[in-house]
Design a protein around this ligand. Structure first.
Ligand SMILES: [Zn+2]
Ligand SMILES: [Zn+2]
Length: 172
């Protein structure tokens, strides 16, 4: 994803429209693999502010992955606005700023960075996804399994402890 800024880089206040399409490689993110089947669409504007080239743009894409709880395949639409400044490499020694060399601004790092910032750590098929049973592996969205019956009821556990204490008292 490259933007040719040769027409604006020497005139302060000049701007160009951005309208780019690019395909993205899969991203591995907190154990989830995100794949992008359609090209990403980047639309916006690049402005020469005098000190830098300011890019204001909108990223539109969608990704496929699996639900973090139940592993169901899901597809999510992502639309992000971002605003980033790029300085000519000759003008800045600060490593924290985005730089560009010559007539081209490479946008990949900023675009992927903004996508990652806007993806939740746990991607769910729905906000109340019940996930899989950790014992039998059943998808609990499609109904309960029988494993729950085997869990001890904590209220009874407390009562049992009380009785044990009383018994001990009698013995003393
Ligand atoms: Zn799910
Ligand atoms: Zn189960």
């Amino acid at each position: 994803m490259k933007l040719d800024v040769s027409s604006i880089k020497n005139s302060i206040g000049a701007s160009i429209k951005i309208n780019l399409k690019a395909s993205l490689e899969p991203i591995n993110f907190y154990g989830s693999k995100l794949t992008f089947e359609e090209p990403l669409h980047l639309q916006g504007e690049a402005i020469n502010t005098g000190e830098s080239i300011l890019i204001k743009a909108n990223i539109k894409t969608n990704y496929k992955t699996e639900c973090s709880r139940c592993n169901k395949p899901i597809q999510k639409i992502l639309e992000i606005e971002f605003c980033e400044e790029f300085h000519p490499s000759s003008s800045s020694l600060n490593y924290d700023v985005n730089i560009f060399e010559g007539d081209e601004i490479k946008l990949d790092k900023v675009v992927i960075g903004n996508i990652i910032l806007n993806i939740p750590m746990k991607i769910l098929c729905s906000y109340d996804c019940k996930g899989l049973c950790h014992i039998c592996g059943k998808d609990l969205n499609s109904g309960k399994c029988n494993c729950e019956n085997r869990e001890t009821d904590s209220r009874f556990a407390v009562l049992k402890d009380l009785f044990t204490v009383q018994d001990t008292d009698k013995e003393v």
